[in-house]
Structures are given as C-alpha cells and as structure tokens.
Design a protein around this ligand. Structure first.
Ligand code: NAD
Length: 356
C-alpha cells in the first residue's frame, strides 16, 4: 500500500446520508485503483447530532475532525429543527462553529457546466456559448456573519461588518494562486461605493495584485457582479468575495449550472486540511426518495484528493468518470432532459464507480 489518509465522514441530514453512501462507494474504488489507504470514521453532525447528543456540533465530532487529515461532509438541517431557538439550529450551531473551530477561512466553489448539461441551465446557450467554468473564492470566517456586536434589542437588531487587512490578504492570496492555475483572471467583488470595510477590501486586493503580475485583476460592485453573472458568466475566471457576497453569488453561479446537485465545495485553512461538502443543502423535499443527485458529493470527494492530498490525478479521474456517465446519457431527475435515461441516486453512484 502507498499513501494513507484519515477522513472524518459526517453524513448529516436529509439527502446527506444518501449521497454520502455513493461517495463512499467511489472512495473504496479509488483506494483499490490507486493503491492508497483511507480510514474513514463517521460521526453525527447537524440535526442528527441534536437528536443523539443534544447539540449540533458535539465535542466528539469536533475532536474527530481535528484529528483527521480531511473532513467529508454531507449537508445538514431540515424542517424538524427549524423551530428550535436560532442559536441551537443546525446551521447556526453547527456549520458556522465548525468552520471557525477548524480555521477554514477559504471556501472554493467551482461552478462548471459539463458540456453535456448545457440544456439543464436556465441560461440560453447563446449566453453560455457551450459551457461555463468559473470559481468563486469566498471568505468564510469573517465579515458580517461573525462580526460583533451582534445584538437584538426588541424591535432593533444589529450586525457588524468588519474585515482586517490580514483577513483580506489571506483570502486574496487563495484567489490569486487559484487564478494562476486557471485562466489568470481575478474579479474582486465589493461594495466600496457605500461600505467603509469594502473600501479597505479594494485597497488591499489592489495592493496584493502587484505580487501576481501574471494575473489580471478587476473590481466590481456586488450588484453589478450579480447582474454580470447572468448576462455573461464566461467573462469570469476567479470571483473573489467576502463572506456574505460570496454566499449569495456562489448560489447564483450554482443555479446557472442547472442544479445544486452538481456542485462541490472545498473549505480550506492554512495547511492541507480541508472540509469538503456539496454546495446545496439537505434537500428535505426529496430526502428518502432515492432521487438525489450524488455528483456534488462525489466531486467534493474528488476535491479532497486535489486540495488536501495533492492528488489532482485522482480528481481528474473522478471528473472523467462523471463526464463519461453523463456522456452515456444517464441523469438523475434534477438534471434530466428529454432523450436521457433517468437513474436514481444509487444507480448513478454505482455507474460512476464502475467508470473509474
Ligand atoms: P437545498 O439546497 O437543500 O435545496 C434547494 C433545491 O435544490 C431543492 O429543490 C432541492 O431538492 C434541490 N437540491 C439540492 N441538492 C440536490 C441534489 N443533490 N440533488 C437533487 N436536487 C437537489 O436548500 P433549502 O431547501 O433552502 O434548504 C434545505 C435545508 O438545508 C435547510 O434546513 C437549510 O438550512 C439547509 N442547508 C444546509 C446547508 C449545508 O449543510 N451546507 C446549505 C444550505 C442549506
């Protein structure tokens, strides 16, 4: 056996466990084909952890993550936990703290349209011109989601948007480095015309760009960015955003690809450690029906090999297998177009595994 990796597996809620089962099938095949060894340990996170342990992020789950080389996460949340006080709900008490505790400050969300799936995009083909391939780099542990004070006093509520120069620099480095490996273009999103924190954002990104002479940088206000993304998505290569703008624009970019079920994401810290999860949520509307698309979860597994284990070859192999299955005309319901064959979650996972 060659390389060895330990992976914390947090299947989560809703469709999470269904799509995770398919990613684990693929992982087993990767181990066999690439002669590597992965030890996986499952733990509760999210709603299921509230049910079993009384909190969304139990210490035992956090410890497991801290002692692993990477974390593979499904999605969490659902109607069952929506009536809990906000501070106990799965996302507020699970997702935000896990990112903070693990120091995951950079969220990478590639939005790629497989050429076989342009018909599933809500945008016309004349806008897409046969495909789309962009990467949203979102700052994940700062900005208005974490700034304090955060106060509710009766009919008055307050959130705080704060960014410091080092926070902006470290996320901008991630974006510039990613652009060097791609088309060499960074579009930095801000709202420097009205927000002081965003004036600093623009200044810092402009200054840092000098260290990356090969990368072209431009700046866009977030409202214009949201519009440009649907007007001409192919003008973008890497989109660099703060936490809230990145949250919104990455969902917009996801939707252009046709389905949230296609899109992976990586959340990275300082070293090789990372947390990998689909961009979408737990999809309670389709949970338990065996129809969820497992591709986002499987691509998230692929990203884990690329970013945490330095095995781009394995990411490429996973990508090619998915592409091969789509080429053969198989689709889950969310990406179905006439003339294709509909398959369920498990069949899709099995076909991708067999293609590897
Ligand atoms: P969602 O992403 O779960 O679903 C939006 C739509 O996309 C639904 O129609 C759903 O069926 C579809 N969809 C998502 N993933 C799919 C897949 N793999 N295959 C096929 N279709 C898919 O968003 P929502 O409905 O707003 O949220 C549902 C729950 O998920 C909420 O509790 C929310 O808080 C939670 N959530 C969790 C995360 C996370 O864990 N990172 C992220 C977003 C939302």
């Amino acid at each position: 056996m060659g390389d060895k990796y330990s992976i914390a597996v947090l299947p989560g809620d809703g469709i999470g466990p269904e799509v995770m089962a398919e990613a684990l099938k693929v992982l087993e095949k990767i181990e066999e084909s690439f002669k590597i060894e992965c030890s996986t340990t499952e733990a509760d996170f999210g709603g299921i952890a509230i049910d079993n342990h009384g909190e969304a992020l139990p210490d035992s789950t956090l410890d497991l993550c801290k002692n692993s080389d990477a974390v593979l996460l499904g999605s969490i949340g659902g109607p069952k936990w929506e009536n809990l006080p906000p501070e106990q709900q799965p996302e507020r008490a699970g997702l935000l703290p896990i990112r903070k505790e693990l120091g995951l400050f950079a969220n990478l969300r590639p939005a790629i349209i497989f050429p076989q799936l342009t018909a599933a995009s809500p945008l016309k083909d004349e806008i897409l011109k046969g495909g789309m391939d962009l990467l949203v780099v979102r700052e994940l542990t700062g900005g208005i989601y974490f700034g304090s004070p955060k106060v509710r006093e009766g009919d008055k509520a307050l959130d705080t948007l704060v960014y410091t120069k080092p926070e902006i620099e470290r996320i901008a480095h991630v974006a510039f480095k990613a652009a060097e490996q791609r088309q060499g273009k960074v579009t930095s999103i801000d709202k420097a015309n009205v927000l002081t924190s965003m004036v600093l954002w623009r200044e810092v990104v402009t200054e840092l760009a000098k260290e990356y002479p090969e990368v072209e940088v431009n700046h866009m206000y977030v409202d214009n960015g949201a519009m440009q993304l649907v007007r001409n998505p192919n003008q973008f290569d890497v989109i660099l955003c703060g936490n809230m703008f990145g949250d919104i624009l990455s969902d917009e970019a996801s939707m252009i690809t046709g389905s949230l079920g296609m899109l992976p994401s990586a959340s990275l810290g300082e070293g090789n450690f990372g947390l990998y999860e689909p961009s979408g949520g737990s999809a309670p509307d389709i949970a338990g029906k065996g129809i969820a698309n497992p591709i986002a979860q499987i691509l998230s597994l692929g990203m884990m090999f690329k970013h945490s284990f330095n095995r781009k070859d394995i990411y490429d192999a996973v990508f090619q297998s998915i592409s091969g299955v789509l080429e053969a005309g198989y689709r889950t319901k969310d990406i179905y177009t006439p003339d294709c064959t509909v398959v369920g979650t498990s069949e899709m996972g099995t076909m991708i595994t067999e293609k590897l």
